[in-house]
Design a protein around this ligand. Structure first.
Ligand code: BGC
Length: 458
């Protein structure tokens, strides 16, 4: 289980690395190609656009071809995109390379957590999916370090961007030779013997009868088309409401203003030295990775709902303090700069423990088997579209309402998010994927899995 999780989570690492790497390499690319601000924005945003397209197609593709082939496909794209970036002879090749890498990120962001959830035992599912998030945050942190390491090398940005091909190759070979197809997907495709034999292998026991029974009873199609079931099937509608709201709020709490612009935020707060600002932003990314480990230990013990609602309070406080730091920065820039950094770390630490991993974990477990690819794909598309809106309005929004106004806006959205999540998110800790769906179709949460799948329509 752990070996499989680690190989597939390289997809998470590349998601983090390729999103984090922009801030460290763009300064050098800008100088080399003499880029206008539109060209810089295009370089940054084309990957997010690629991720949106990748996440849209990832649902149908992972349902049709399977989880394993979809993740292997994203690995090939990561290799290809990184090579194009590393050897790019001109700016237009960089744009093509970033789009390919973004596309791969969109596919991996959706299919990797979904696959891990499908092969995990209920008891450890949250932690195993959170390993993928740990890889995202470590990827972001390592990309900052690699970018600083190559900052004194001639055309060092080529190495920074191109080196991502190495983990992508390892992932590809791991996917082809080590990682098996998801037994749940095989079952859905009618390949029962293959599914059972894989389940025995990954559980390291022949006693898989109970789990096979659960998979058999897993709620499948009501006979409606996927589009119709979005409109009329209560379980699917409820799952989509929860999944998309979590992904929407994850982004509208402003996390990627910090991940993409932390050095600029630190400079805005009065720390004028460039290298100090980069160093502090690396520390913020480090805190993000460290606190994801805390989440790894808590998610299956405390539960998704409790952990998310409690850490959101710290996250909102961090945003309010950050706004305060900017509010007072005009009076005493030096000490408010430090206050801003402490608030940033506070915000990121609470985000990494709750709002970072939990939307991914919950999405991977709430959809019925035959809707999981599509459901996670829709929610992942919401995530990337919201990311695009927030990260590319950030600088102009700061100009319009000041930095304090911007961070207080994200804090306000955080408060709305807390209330919405309080009302819509049930606890899914320790339940099998099948029991979660069952609890959605009943008004009250059942204590057992029924022996016949039911489909409730409205
Ligand atoms: C989010 C990313 C974000 C990252 C920060 C992930 O859960 O989906 O948008 O950059 O956390 O670590």
């Amino acid at each position: 289980m752990y070996v499989i999780t680690v190989f597939t989570s390289i997809g998470g690492f590349l998601f983090g690395y390729d999103t984090g790497v922009v801030s460290g390499s763009i300064l050098f690319i800008e100088t080399e190609y003499n880029l206008s601000s539109f060209e810089i924005e295009l370089f940054v945003s084309i990957a997010v656009a690629g991720a949106i397209v990748g996440s849209i197609i990832s649902g149908p593709v992972s349902d049709k071809l399977g989880r394993k082939k979809s993740i292997s496909f994203s690995a090939i794209l990561f290799v290809g995109g990184s090579i194009v970036l590393g050897f790019a002879p001109k700016y237009s090749a960089l744009i093509v390379g970033r789009f390919i890498v973004g596309f791969a990120i969109g596919v991996a962001a959706n299919v990797v957590p979904l696959y891990i959830a499908e092969i995990s035992p209920a008891k450890y599912r949250g932690s195993l999916v959170t390993i993928n998030n740990l890889c995202i945050t470590s990827g972001q942190f390592i990309s900052y370090l690699v970018a600083s390491g190559f900052s004194h090398v001639n055309e060092g940005w080529r190495y920074t961007l191109g080196l991502a091909a190495i983990p992508a190759l390892i992932m590809f070979f791991g996917m082809v030779f080590i990682v098996p197809e998801s037994p749940r997907w095989l079952y859905l495709m009618g390949q029962e013997d293959e599914a059972i034999s894989i389940l025995k292998r990954i559980r390291n026991t022949d006693d898989v009868e109970e789990e096979v029974q659960e998979i058999k009873e897993s709620r499948v199609s009501s006979g409606m088309s996927q589009f119709k079931s979005i409109l009329y099937d209560r379980v699917i509608r409820r799952a989509l409401l929860i999944g998309c709201s979590l992904q929407f709020f994850q982004q509208f709490c402003g996390i990627n203003t910090v991940m993409y612009y932390s050095a600029s935020i630190i400079k805005m707060a009065g720390i004028n030295d460039n290298s100090k600002a980069v160093w502090f932003s690396t520390a913020v990314a480090g805190a993000n990775a460290v606190f994801t480990v805390v989440s790894l230990f808590l998610i299956d013990r405390v539960g998704r709902r409790k952990l998310l609602l409690s850490t959101m309070i710290g996250m909102i406080a961090g945003l309010l303090f950050l706004g305060l730091a900017f509010f007072f920065s005009y009076r005493d820039p030096k000490s408010t700069g430090i206050f801003a950094i402490v608030s940033l770390v506070l915000y990121v630490a609470f985000f990494a423990t709750g709002m970072g991993p939990i939307p991914w974990a919950v999405n991977s477990e709430i959809y019925p088997s035959n809707f999981r690819g599509i459901g996670c794909g829709i929610a992942t598309t919401v995530n990337w579209s919201a990311n695009l809106v927030v990260s590319f309005t950030f600088l102009s929004y700061v100009n319009a309402v000041t930095p304090s106004g911007a961070f207080w806006t994200y804090a306000g959205i955080g408060i709305v998010a807390w209330v919405v999540i309080y009302f819509i998110l049930p606890e899914t800790k320790g339940k099998s994927i099948e029991q979660i769906q069952q609890s959605f179709s009943n008004k009250s949460t059942p204590t057992h899995t029924p022996s016949h799948p039911s489909t409730q329509l409205e």
